[in-house]
Design a protein around this ligand. Structure first.
Ligand code: CS2
Length: 475
């Protein structure tokens, strides 16, 4: 039997608690922190916390927290053992231990990769969803929280009671103004419990915004076997990702941070423009490819853009519909940025499944696609390609593919969306889902008509024909 990977060298003291120890965190935050500590030292070891399943703990604990980060680029591979994670806690097994870890005086940062739905917010407005079952639970039982928001408030309350300083809450999820969004949900929750606590958090904690970017598909058994073959050890905690990485961080920390800039992070006064560029250019086309590509029968993003029509779809979306309404961040050239994106999407060694990206669309659509559409409508234009993407999402959440087979739709609103799609006019019914579309956008007749026409076209001719029609100059 092959030996398992083991941690080597000294274990750093913990300075960060990270919620959400999935593949993205391991390919991104933990790598930056590992490299920063190797180069500049600092007590920034990470206690990782899983809010749901024990998988990450079961993978990493027998390895002392160490795991392999595998970079794949056009067939070449590079392996790097990452040792910044010191231990993994599983919140449902012992919520009090998680609060205690976050309330430890040595901890100065609580970072988050909990995905969009982890914020328990209303996607169209960003406000805390007070009806969310985890929020309802946590408001009543803050001694044993379930949600990230509940854990943060419980830990900050404990720190305040002990006369300790607050910590920095560092959101690293693909949400617009993720720092203020995290701040708003935390303050709204705290306000419901104790107005003085909310005031203390507002005055003492910081919530810097970040833009995060590295394409990291879910690790497969084949990836683990390939690592075993090449490295000679077994590591079920390994992660596979592209070489590219970009982390733009608003430099606003309560009590220090790792020297992430040594590992290439950009520490800036404002992240807004970078964030919008990334969410709209990368994630916007990713989601478009996910829905249209899935319906067209393509398994991965690389498979999608190997089809010349789908590659042209991306190019046309960027040039005609996205870049014209995106502000260019300092130091970036949007055309070059998008050109590079297509190269990243094309890399066949990164097998990023359309089905994986299609997940949780109700939480992703507003910031990835609907904001861009709204900006065009304000200028009196209708972006037909992005409306086609919305129609493809509607087809997808209907739950039946073009061959008549069931789609395994994963989304917190999946049941509701499937039910709503059964209406006589599914487009009108889905546009009425306020959590996704808000109240303003669905009132725009041009938008309704264009999405409606795209939906009919998709249903009658299929995704490949609809994409071909669009890139051939049709609407
Ligand atoms: C993807 C992202 O799964 C998805 O929704 O669009 O995870 C994407 O790969 C990352 O944001 C890239 O940085």
């Amino acid at each position: 039997m092959t030996a398992r990977l083991q941690r080597e060298g000294t274990t750093p003291a913990v300075g960060i608690v990270h919620l959400g120890p999935g593949a993205f965190f391991r390919a991104f935050n933990a790598v930056f922190t590992d490299e920063a500590m190797t180069a500049a030292g600092g007590d920034w070891g990470i206690t990782a916390v899983s809010l749901r399943s024990p998988t990450a703990r079961d993978q990493l604990e027998p390895q002392g927290g160490a795991y392999t980060s595998v970079t794949l680029a056009a067939g070449a591979r590079a392996e790097q053992v990452i040792s910044s994670v010191v231990s993994v806690l599983v919140a449902p097994e012992d919520p009090a231990a998680v609060v205690a870890a976050m309330a430890d005086p040595k901890v100065r940062i609580v970072s988050l990769t909990i995905t969009e739905k982890g914020y328990c917010h209303d996607p169209s407005t960003g406000a805390l969803n007070r009806d969310h079952p985890d929020i309802v639970h946590d408001l009543a039982h803050l001694d044993a929280p379930k949600s990230a928001v509940g854990f943060i408030v419980a830990a900050l309350a404990a720190r305040r009671a002990a006369g300790m300083p607050a910590f920095t809450v560092l959101s690293c999820d693909n949400l617009p103004s993720n720092g203020s969004l995290a701040r708003n949900v935390v303050l709204a929750f705290a306000q419901e419990r104790d107005a003085e606590l909310a005031g203390w958090i507002a005055d003492n904690a910081t919530f810097p915004a970040t833009m995060v970017d590295r394409i990291t598909p879910a690790t497969t058994d084949a990836d683990i076997a390939a690592l075993q073959e090449s490295a000679g050890y077994y590591d079920p905690g390994c992660v596979i990702h592209e070489a590219f990485r970009q982390w733009v961080i608003e430099d606003n920390f309560v009590d220090g941070r790792p020297a992430w800039e040594i590992a290439g992070a950009q520490l800036v006064p404002s992240v807004a423009a970078h964030e919008e560029m990334k969410l709209r250019c990368l994630n916007g086309t990713h989601s478009t490819l996910a829905y249209l590509g899935y319906l067209a029968g393509y398994e991965t993003i690389a498979d999608c853009v190997a089809d010349p029509d789908f590659a042209r779809l991306c190019a046309r979306l960027w040039l005609d519909e996205i870049i014209p309404v995106v502000e260019e961040p300092e130091g970036e050239d949007l055309v070059v940025y998008c050109h590079r994106l297509l190269e990243r999407f094309r890399d066949p060694s990164i097998r990023h499944r359309t089905w994986q990206i299609a997940m949780d669309g109700s939480q992703k659509l507003p910031q990835r696609i609907l904001g861009t559409i709204a900006d065009h409508l304000k200028l009196g234009q209708v972006p037909t390609g992005l409306c086609l993407a919305v129609a493809a999402w509607m087809r997808y959440v209907g739950g039946v593919d073009e061959a008549g087979d069931a789609i395994d739709v994963r989304d917190p609103l999946a049941d509701h969306l499937r039910e709503v799609s059964q209406a006589d006019d599914p487009v009108a019914a889905l546009l009425g889902v306020e959590a996704v579309f808000g109240t303003e956008l669905p009132q725009d007749q041009r938008f309704r008509d264009t999405v409606g026409a795209a939906y009919v076209n998709l249903k009658a001719h299929g995704a490949r024909a609809a994409v071909h029609h669009y890139v051939s100059g049709g609407g």
